[in-house]
Ligand binder design. Sequence first.
Ligand code: GLU
Length: 415
Amino acid sequence: MTTENLNVLTSTQVVIKEALTKLGYPDEMYDLLKEPLRMLSVRIPVKMDDGKIKVFTGYRAQHNDAVGPTKGGVRFHPDVNEDEVKALSIWMSLKCGIVNLPYGGGKGGVICDPRTMSFGELERLSRGYVRGISQIVGPTKDIPAPDVMTNSQIMAWMMDEYSRIREFDAPGFITGKPIVLGGSQGRETATAKGVTIMIDQALKKRGIAVKDAKVAIQGFGNAGSYLAKMMHEAGAKVVGISDVHGALYDENGLDIEYLLDRRDSFGTVTKLFKNTISNKELLEQPCDILVPAAIENQITQDNADRIQAGIVVEAANGPTTLEATKILTERGILLVPDVLASAGGVVVSYFEWVQNNQGYYWTEEEVHAKLQDVMIQGFENVYSLHQTRNVDMRLAAYMVGVRKMAEAARFRGWI
Ligand code: GLU
């Protein structure tokens, strides 16, 4: 069987097993870590604007709480499914391990399409989801956050609902909140900022200056659009961007300020242009750095041979299949895997939770300086293991990520 046809959960399990074997853990450790410890499925009745009731399905997965409370976002998307939520919770554990946060991984999702829902319907759905999962979450148990198509307003409703249920103010229940409700400076842009720090490190390894670098970014959502802005401001040439409808490419650089200005709140902008190319075509255009910042399974064994970038930095979760990882590695392309590259969001979420717990808030500069230190340390740990153990960057990241939780489980006497 090739690994190409595996779903996100089974392909994650393949790498977890490989990482644990390389680290010398027994099979029981794999048995413990291959699935979340807890997976809750909830049905959420919501009164829609037309007066009818619609019942939505939501999930919350808690992968492992040996290290500390579980942590991870909640996505609102029509394609949410159990296996994806489980895989995403494992990836959260890995991210937290790589950047050394005192958390295990968690993840949630609701099957819905926010693009077709009103503000009021979204509020009632967000509150209903919190009522559904309230028994298993909390500031010292499991701390949700934003993810695909959820934002600080949704976090505010969720925090308010949780505080009402518990009858005390609980800002540390959720992160990614608006600043006035205990959100952190720099959280909104944290994933993109983390990716730029990873790009800097990768460029250093390859001896390329930022101002000479051409970047193509797939996806113009929260991560992709802020990243385009930051790379443009750092002097790089952003040659490609895309949204769900298509992509724009110009080897001389795109007018990023104009595109940001015209982008709608769901990150679409290409509809305004005639000469677009497809998302698939964008991946194969000439550039130095390719950043998949959209959805899963974009770089596969079918197109990995045609990627022209020397560096691939995964800002999305799971954009490259395992077969494609092999092909890119053999071709000498430096891959910064998702569980490392996209960890900036959860790092600043952790800072937000720390600030909520201490009731004392940091400046944006402090947040950025701390984020920079944590991400560079994570990169160095993964890169040096990749070199000393001669394993690809994804396996190296999994080895670094899984080690802390396996050790914590061992010290607790679970295995
Ligand atoms: N949803 C983001 C992620 O996948 C952030 C999670 C968090 O901040 O807890 O990393």
